[in-house]
Write a protein that binds this ligand. Structure first.
Ligand code: F1P
Length: 358
């Protein structure tokens, strides 16, 4: 692929981003027919605390999945990078508790993820579920049960549809555990409604990148959107080698805002529930000269006027079902920024598709 904007349509990364809504529909249909979901629900019914584990993008997925698990089921849940389980297994606090572990890995090969599953299952005696996009993986061999999302696997190094699809799968499992059929219907509605929106988002982000140049990037979110902010920052870093930082939105006032200036791009992930407070931070950063992207479900007028770029979904269902869609504009942001900088998102600098340790 040459690096000019006109030929990007040949790239695997572009095709995989473009396929997200369609793949989400396929994944939901497969999950609905899957016997493994029923087996997981039966085996984990008595578990009282959930620990989601992953590396890189899959760790940020674990963060969002843990937040969704608690909001949907009422059970406590937390996220850990695979390395923490390996280096400090006592952090899991498994003795005498009813913990259920979920290890997430697109490849099912990442050494830290596979080894963390072994520590959880064998050393800590914590039942472990796997979520992956790869068939017959080491992860699947090391977990009691594994959800395999074949339709979401990717050729590219950078994770895009695998992230959103495995997030949706974790939300589906939580909704089934909570017997919340309405939420599952909302996931299906989102997948259908979002599919035609992706090309339009691509045009919007391509135009924004073509007309703006930034020195650094900040991503801000609260609650379940914080994991989305973390993943969004990673997309821009991986695909464009840009300097990105992530904070809880209201935390940004407590010092980090010192960096804000005309070359700072701040992306806000605004929730329906706390938009007033989150939009106040956006307005303040605009007053400091920053450029603001707002990604939300419904924009209040003051947010609409203050944003330099607004992505508004106007989704009628549970805003948590919209979570996967919030990351797609930033997958596109990283993609077009990388191309503008003469990079090839299919072959990101310094990265390999899987991190294998000796
Ligand atoms: C995890 C990961 C990716 C990263 C790169 C290297 O992969 O760290 O997040 O973008 O591809 O691997 P996995 O465990 O989900 O396969």
């Amino acid at each position: 692929m040459t690096n000019d904007l006109s030929s990007y349509r040949q790239s695997d990364t572009w095709k995989e981003i473009l396929s997200e809504g369609t793949v989400w529909q396929q994944v939901l249909e497969e999950l609905n027919r899957s016997a493994i979901i029923n087996a997981i629900l039966a085996q984990s019914r008595k578990r009282r605390e959930w620990v989601f584990v992953g590396c890189g993008t899959s760790y940020y997925l674990a963060e969002s999945a843990a937040y969704c698990w608690t909001l949907l089921t009422g059970q406590p849940a937390r996220a850990l990078p695979g390395s923490e389980v390996l280096l400090f297994p006592k952090i899991v606090q498994a003795e005498g508790t009813e913990i259920q572990a979920v290890v997430i890995s697109r490849s099912g090969k990442t050494s830290e993820a596979v080894r963390a599953a072994a520590v959880l299952s064998h050393d800590l005696r914590v039942p472990t579920i796997g979520i992956t996009c790869a068939e017959n993986s080491e992860l699947e061999k090391g977990c009691e049960m594994t959800i395999v999302l074949r339709a979401a696997d990717e050729q590219s190094t950078v994770m895009t549809r695998s992230f959103t699809s495995m997030l949706i799968a974790s939300q589906y499992l939580a909704a089934r555990a909570a017997e919340n059929a309405a939420f599952i219907a909302d996931l299906r509605k989102l997948a259908e409604q979002f599919t035609p929106r992706i090309p339009l988002l691509g045009e919007q982000m391509e135009e924004f990148v073509a007309t703006h140049t930034f020195a650094d990037y900040v991503f801000l979110g609260q609650g379940a959107f914080y994991g989305i902010a973390r993943e969004s920052a990673l997309k821009v870093m991986e695909m464009s080698c840009s300097y990105s930082q992530v904070f809880h939105t209201m935390e940004f006032r407590h010092g980090p805002k010192a960096i804000v200036g005309p070359e700072t791009c701040l992306t806000f992930f605004l929730s329906d529930a706390a938009q007033d407070r989150e939009a106040e931070v956006l307005a303040e950063m605009k007053d400091l000269g920053g450029v603001a992207i707002a990604i939300c479900n419904r924009a209040a007028d003051k947010l609409r006027w203050a944003s330099d770029l607004l992505v508004e979904y106007s989704f009628s269902g549970d805003e948590l079902a919209l979570l996967a869609a919030f990351v797609v504009p930033c997958q596109l942001f990283g993609f077009f920024t990388g191309i503008k900088r003469g990079l090839n998102p299919d072959h990101p600098k310094n990265l390999t598709r899987v991190v294998m340790l000796d």
